[in-house]
Design a protein around this ligand. Structure first.
Ligand code: NAD
Ligand code: UFG
Length: 339
């Protein structure tokens, strides 16, 4: 089997490369390196002792995509490529819509030309908006509050509309909860540009001395300790979720949606505490006001993926904190930014 991974040099894509290569799947990556480095793929190759075919370029480039499909028997696509920062999406919405929507549309058009009908899409728990109850199942109502989230929901809608008329396709929408942690080797991990937006990379950068103290966005939520609760999923578990989703591609056509989460939520303070204990480090923090757009609690009901994909997250919060620190402490500046 040969798969094309768009955005495969990024955080989740690079971890997924490892799981696929370990299953002897041939991996072709297209990435414009706008938010990643080729070093991630070099390291993936050294971890697995296998080769990746890498094409540097933009998924919206039709001719480039044609040249990839023309060359090889691509059996399916996992579409990770996209811009992903919620705050930034409010600043530059057109770039988000252009990148995140046109990449999907272009891919689907070129896949059609080459009769490749297997498509896995990186969606997000953000499409559930502020859920009325918990845990969240896949049939919950969908709503979004920012351009990034809207691109995820619009992509889902595009794929649902497309499937209505192309029901010989096989489409899987994977709704990730909060991906965190790093490969246990410490060789690949999350390498955000600038100051991290997300909690765990912020904590690890405080721990390594790059940032002063953590700002905790609100302690007045309706949660046991007042801080926000999220479903943190180890990126290796998430990567294995993609490998598990390939089963759906093998059993005929369909459009399937799965939550990829652990089913358990932790608060910001629980995250800080666990990180400190596991790594024997003190994390300075202060409570500041809520971040606009944040919700109190969000965690998955992952039982559909457990049953239908035979997949379950196995790593716990301690593993997450250990592996995130292992990556950050061994790579204080992430990947070198040049190729
Ligand atoms: P990432 O930024 O590390 O990876 C995305 C990759 O896509 C990057 O390597 C970037 O260079 C590449 N890219 C972006 N636009 C491109 C284009 N037009 N052509 C070619 N390459 C392009 O992000 P990630 O955390 O690995 O996320 C992967 C996917 O999962 C994204 O679609 C993201 O929205 C989604 N997702 C991420 C999270 C999260 O918290 N990390 C949560 C839910 C969903
Ligand atoms: N938080 C802080 N301080 C920080 C960063 C975060 O207190 O410096 C808190 C937030 O308020 C929230 C929790 O930590 O309660 C998690 O915040 P993240 O920014 O790590 O994650 P979010 O749940 O806000 O969003 C993430 C991704 C989105 C994705 C969403 C659901 O960033 O892209 O998960 O998958 F849509």
């Amino acid at each position: 089997m040969k798969l094309l991974l768009t955005g495969g040099a990024g955080y989740i894509g690079s971890h997924t490369c490892i799981e696929l290569l370990n299953l002897d799947i041939d991996v072709v990556v297209i990435d414009n390196l706008s938010n990643s480095s080729y070093h991630s793929l070099e390291r993936v190759q050294s971890i697995t002792d296998k080769n990746i075919t890498f094409i540097e370029g933009d998924v919206r480039d039709k001719e480039l995509l044609r040249s990839i499909f023309r060359q090889g028997d691509i059996d399916g696509v996992i579409h990770f490529a996209g811009l992903k920062a919620v705050g930034e999406s409010n600043e530059i919405p057109l770039q988000y819509y252009d990148n995140n929507l046109n990449s999907t549309i272009t891919l689907l058009q070129i896949m059609e030309e080459y009769d490749c009908r297997n498509f896995i899409f990186s969606s997000s728990a953000t499409v559930y908006g502020n859920p009325e109850k918990l845990p969240i199942t896949e049939d919950f109502p969908l709503s979004v509050t920012n351009p990034y989230g809207r691109t995820k929901l619009m992509n889902e809608d595009i794929l649902r509309d497309f499937y209505k008329v192309k029901n010989n396709w096989n489409i899987v929408l994977l709704r990730y909860f909060n991906p965190v942690g790093a490969h246990p080797s410490g060789l690949i991990g999350e390498d955000p540009n600038g100051i991290p937006n997300n909690l765990l990379p912020y904590i690890t950068q405080v721990a390594v001395g790059k940032l002063g103290k953590l700002n905790i966005f609100g302690d007045d939520y309706d949660t046991p300790d007042g801080t926000g609760i999220r479903d943190y999923i180890h990126v290796v578990d998430l990567a294995k979720g993609h490998a598990a989703a390939l089963q759906k591609l093998k059993i005929g056509s369909g459009l399937n949606i799965f939550n990829l989460g652990t089913g358990r939520g932790y608060s910001v303070l629980e995250m800080v505490d666990t990180f400190s204990k596991v790594n024997n480090l003190k994390i300075d923090y202060q409570i500041v006001s809520r971040r606009e757009g944040d919700i109190a609690s969000c965690y998955a009901d992952p039982s559909k993926a457990n049953k239908e994909l035979n997949w379950k997250a196995i790593y716990g919060l301690e593993d997450i904190c250990r592996d995130a620190w292992n990556w950050q402490s061994n790579n204080p500046n992430g990947y070198k930014k040049t190729r």
